[in-house]
Design a protein around this ligand. Structure first.
Ligand code: D5M
Ligand code: FE
Ligand code: ZN
Length: 474
């Protein structure tokens, strides 16, 4: 017995480990047949952490003989569009949508000191020469001719064309998105035009994030694309297995957020059927449940849809309908929510948005690209809107209220969609793009997108430290 113990210990000692006498006492109790396997696994875990002492606690945690510290796991769904969607029709709906956008963003802007000098556009048109005023509205036109940029703003009272001459301001102007809300300081010039002196975005103030009292972790994933030949079934299954392992981080996970594109869907892009393993949405969702059902029940899972998921395409999207997947709706620790949604995890406010609008923004904005999705997400925070551009690739529904306005500043802003992971801290808000669990598709090969696939993103909700764990073999 002692001989076997010594042989097993040699494995650790030869790798530079020390073993605490209290740990030794535990090891002496263990069945010899299992001893070597246990020591090898503990050594592997500790080497990853670069800690070379095996303590009593390590073994207690590994063997599951120690109770976990009390980890708080309270949640609240603060905003979910599912029950608010009205399916308003036609032009009337869009008028209401844009009035709502204007009103909500003007209210956000009214916290700024300049807002005291705001004037409706209709009365700004008759300001005296050299008089300065502030106007705000939605960008309805932007054009650059030679050295000047012209921006047209609309508010409920009217429309005004303004002229940007200053070089630095032109840079700001060139990044403005169509239908985005801005405030401008303007002055009337001699020839009857209005010269822009300043461009102010709603933006977020410096933010002190809410934190969890305990070191509870949240796992962020998106873009599984289950049903696609390129869904990384092995890697994702390994992730789910790991959730039940004795790994000290895995043991602290109480929340999992899935940010859309859970399935690959049907008829989402031309000739998609050639890249599918399941040709029916019900079958794809059956596979989803088969995979997610293995998540341990002490983890609360929040499932939000993306552009590949069933429900409706236009934003905001309702939660995936129960008719396709009653099991997902029935599971006690699963929460089916819409896109976007805001949830609270131990008081930490998490804004979940699949990220469809990133495509339109990257296309029209100099300096933003697919390889830095967190910078695009930062721009959304500055615009205080998740999908400003109307009439491009991202469909917006003619709701009576604009649910895409970022009314409340989140503590964590999570998106996916572009299949490239990225993190950032902007004014105290943690920005997370969680990559994908789908390997590079032929389409992505064609346009040169190298996805970040198989990377689990974990956030310690007390410290806001981000951890990643790579589940691919390379
Ligand atoms: O989108 C994944 C990423 O790939 C996202 O940035 C859009 C881009 N994408 C995907 N399909 C197309 C087509 N057909 N045209 C242009 N861009 C595309 P996902 O939502 O996972 O499909
Ligand atoms: Fe996707
Ligand atoms: Zn997507």
């Amino acid at each position: 017995m002692i001989k076997d113990l010594n042989a097993a210990l040699d494995f650790a000692l030869n790798r530079g480990f020390q073993i605490h006498p209290d740990a030794l006492k535990i090891l002496e109790q263990i069945d010899v047949k299992e001893l070597e396997g246990i020591i090898r696994q503990v050594v592997r875990e500790k080497e990853k952490q670069r800690l070379y002492l095996i303590s009593q606690e390590d073994l207690e945690v590994f063997l599951g003989i120690k109770e976990d510290e009390e980890l708080e796991d309270s949640h609240e769904i603060l905003f979910d569009p599912t029950m608010k969607i009205t399916f308003a029709e036609g032009i009337e709906g869009f008028n209401a949508l844009f009035s709502s956008r204007y009103a909500k963003l003007k209210k956000i802007m009214s916290n700024r000191p300049e807002a005291k000098m705001l004037k409706p556009i209709s009365s700004s048109i008759s300001i005296k020469l050299k008089e300065e005023v502030y106007v705000c509205g939605l960008v309805s036109d932007r054009r650059t001719d030679r050295n000047i940029t012209k921006i047209t703003l609309d508010d409920p009272s009217g429309s005004i064309e303004t002229i940007v001459i200053d070089e630095d301001l032109q840079k700001v102007a060139s990044a403005l998105l169509m239908d985005q809300f801005v405030m401008e300081k303007i002055v009337a010039s001699k020839n009857g035009g209005f010269i822009v002196k300043d461009i102010i975005l709603p933006d977020i103030p410096d933010h002190v994030a809410n934190r969890s009292k305990t070191e509870t972790y949240a796992l962020f994933v998106s873009d599984l694309h289950i049903g696609s030949k390129f869904f990384m079934e092995k890697e994702f299954s390994d992730l789910i297995l790991w959730l039940s392992s004795p790994d000290p981080v895995a043991r602290k996970i109480r929340f999992m957020v899935i940010g859309g594109d859970v399935v690959d869907g049907i008829g989402i892009y031309p000739n998609q059927d050639k890249e599918l393993v399941a040709l029916d949405i019900g079958e794809q969702l059956r596979l989803v449940f088969e995979v997610l059902d293995r998540i341990p029940k002490h983890i609360k899972v929040f499932i939000s849809p993306g552009n590949h998921d069933p429900g409706r395409r236009a934003l905001p999207q309702p939660a995936m309908p129960a008719k396709y997947n009653p099991n997902l709706w029935g599971r006690k620790n699963f929460f089916m929510i819409g896109n976007p949604a805001m949830i609270s995890l131990n008081s930490v406010k998490v804004l979940i948005f699949h990220g469809q609008s990133v495509d339109d923004i990257v296309k029209t904005t100099p300096g933003l690209s697919y390889d830095k999705p967190s910078k695009v997400m930062q721009y959304l925070l500055k615009a205080r809107h998740l999908s400003p551009i109307y009439g491009s690739q991202t469909p917006l529904a003619p709701e009576l209220e604009d649910f895409m306005v970022i009314e409340e500043v989140p503590d964590i802003f999570h998106a996916g969609h572009v299949h490239v992971a990225g993190f950032d801290l902007y004014k105290g808000v943690l920005i997370v793009n969680s990559g994908a669990w789908q390997s590079q598709t032929p389409f992505q090969v064609g346009i040169g997108i190298m996805p970040t696939s198989g990377l689990a993103v974990l956030v310690n909700l007390k410290t806001f430290k981000v951890y990643t764990k790579n589940f691919t073999s390379n």
